[in-house]
Each structure stands twice: as structure tokens, then as C-alpha cells.
Design a protein around this ligand. Sequence first.
Ligand code: NDP
Length: 331
Amino acid sequence: MPIHLILPLYLLFMTTTPEKIECLIIGSGPAGYTAAIYAARADMKPVVYAGMQPGGQLTITTDVENYPGYPDGIMGPEMMENFRKQAERLGTDVRYGMVTAVDFTGKPPYKVVVDEKHEILAETVIISTGASAKWLGIPSEEKLNGRGVSACAVCDGFFFRGKDVAIVGAGDTACEEASYLAKICNKVYMIVRRDEFRASKAMQHRVENTPNIEILFNSETDEILGDMKVEGVRIHNNVTGEKKEIAVQGFFVAIGHQPNTEIFKSFITMDETGYIITQPGSSKTNIEGVFACGDAQDKIYRQAVTAAGSGCMAALDAERYLSAKHHAAAH
Ligand code: NDP
């Protein structure tokens, strides 16, 4: 057959026949790559779709000093590059693409669509799509991100040792992070938009009783000041209208996270804020053959090392699931 006829037929075949994948991993943060490392070593031929932000949230942090095994710390992007290389060396197929739709009805294999066109039939699916920090959405916040603006006190607080910082938010995360910062920094200003906290009473009391935390109620951020680095913040009181500038060197945003789980919501059981609910002590979701790990299912710890640990759990659960299935089919 002439080549000009073979090619269109080949392309037609490519677009209409779904690709079969034993272990599909959606997301490429520490959870996804750790799942891939384990799945590859278990001969499950994992395919990782790296998603919108390959490498995940760590690619937007600078130094990572709390991940065990790096005595001198490591830059977030470099660490994620290492995760990827390790997963690939062991046989993972890492692809750049976004999973745009899933159909978890019935039994596996499940249909998954990548970039709205490429169809996959996946025997097991590991969801490691992570979460994204919510931001205030003001231009100076974006301009100074990584130059004193951060959404993770545990990751970046250390760089503000002995300095003055501000933190926005009034939930459990903000209180926990303010307490953490208070141990490291000279002074912590808490910018709270209402006249009360959302956090649990215990957490509230903790910040109220910390002498170097000053709580600024009814306060909203107008602008973070500074050109190359954070030098202050301008806030206004939304009751009195009074404006003021506070000199700070760090500005932390702790107004919640949004798990990246939207495309799964018609199938997977989640809590009211979209975090996937896994069976206690496992990575199993309510759907057979679908597992979840990392920040997509963890709103409490949210650390690279806990995400990696849960990624390992997901791969082991997926492997056990497939072995049991193959064993049952053979008998
Ligand atoms: P929350 O949604 O509970 O709180 C977000 C906070 O940010 C609220 O105080 C909210 O204000 C404020 N906020 C939201 N948008 C803005 C904005 N644009 N400007 C200023 N302030 C804003 O998120 P958290 O991350 O704190 O907590 C998420 C969940 O995780 C909760 O269920 C929490 O209990 C849980 N958690 C538990 C922990 C623990 O048990 N140790 C630790 C951390 C979290 P407002 O109150 O006015 O809406």
C-alpha cells in the first residue's frame, strides 16, 4: 500500500484504539514519583502523566531543608528532577500531558482521557494530583513570590529567623503556621479579615497566648511592599477604614489549599472541600483499583515526605490489588 494511504490509516488507528496501561499515575509530585518508583520495581510498567505543573508544588519552593537524606538541603526543583530521574531509571514512562477526563463506572480497566484526545484503558489508577495553595490574588504577591512571599511556613520560615513577618489567614493552618513562625521569628503579625478566627479554640488560644504574635482583626492586605524583596505590607481596617504600613521581611499566605480533584468528583468520595477520602491506613478509594496519595487526600500534614510515604502505600496497594486479581483469574 502506498505510504500516503498507510499514514492516515495508522493515525486513525492511533486515535480510535485506547492504549492499555497497567498502572496509570496522575500527577508528578513526591507522591506520584514515589508511587512510580515502587510500581516500576514491581514490574507494573507505570505511566506518569506529569500534569499542569510537572514536579508539583516543590518546583515553586526554593531550598528544601526538611526532606531526610539531604544534609545540606536541596533546591525544590532539583529535588523533583531527581525524583523524576529515579522513576525513569527504574522504567517509568513519564509523559507531559493533562488527564482531562476519567470514567470510573463499572469495573477496571477504566477509561481515562489525556489532553482531551488520547484514550487510555487503565487497570489501576493512582491519583496524586496534589493541591494548590490559595493566593490573595494581588499583583505584589505574585511579583514577590519566592522573594519573601510564601504559602508554606514550614518550608520557608527558617529563612526569616530573627526577622519580622506577617501571615494572612485565621484557620487552623494559619494558627499552626503562626505558632511555628513565632518560634523562629522576632515578631509575627497575623492579618485576620473578620473579627474572629475560623480555627479551633485550642489553636486560637495558642496564638493568643504567644507573646510575639500580634493579631490584627478586621484587616485586609492592600499591597505587599518592596521591589526585589518583601520590605513591608500595607493593610486597611475594613471597619474603620484606617490604613497602615507594617515593616516585615516575610509575608505568608495561609488561606487554605484547593485539592486538584475536580475531574474525579462524580466518582470518588471526597469531603466537603474536595479532599479524597481514603480508607484508614490505606490508599484505597471507594472505587476498586483506584488509589489516592499525597496532598489530594491529605489536608493535615501536606509535607513532601508524607506525600512520598503515601505514594509508596498507593503503589503497594495497587500491586496487591493486581496480584489478587490475577491470582483469582488463574484459579
Ligand atoms: P480554612 O479554610 O479552614 O481557613 C482559611 C482561612 O483563610 C479562614 O480564616 C478565611 O477567613 C481565610 N481567608 C480565606 N480567603 C481569604 C482572603 N482572600 N483574605 C484573607 N483571609 C482569607 O483553611 P485551613 O488551611 O486553615 O484549614 C483547612 C482544613 O484543614 C480545616 O478543616 C482545618 O481544620 C484542617 N486543619 C487541621 C489542622 C489540625 O488539626 N492540626 C491543621 C491544619 C488544617 P474567614 O474565616 O473569614 O473565611
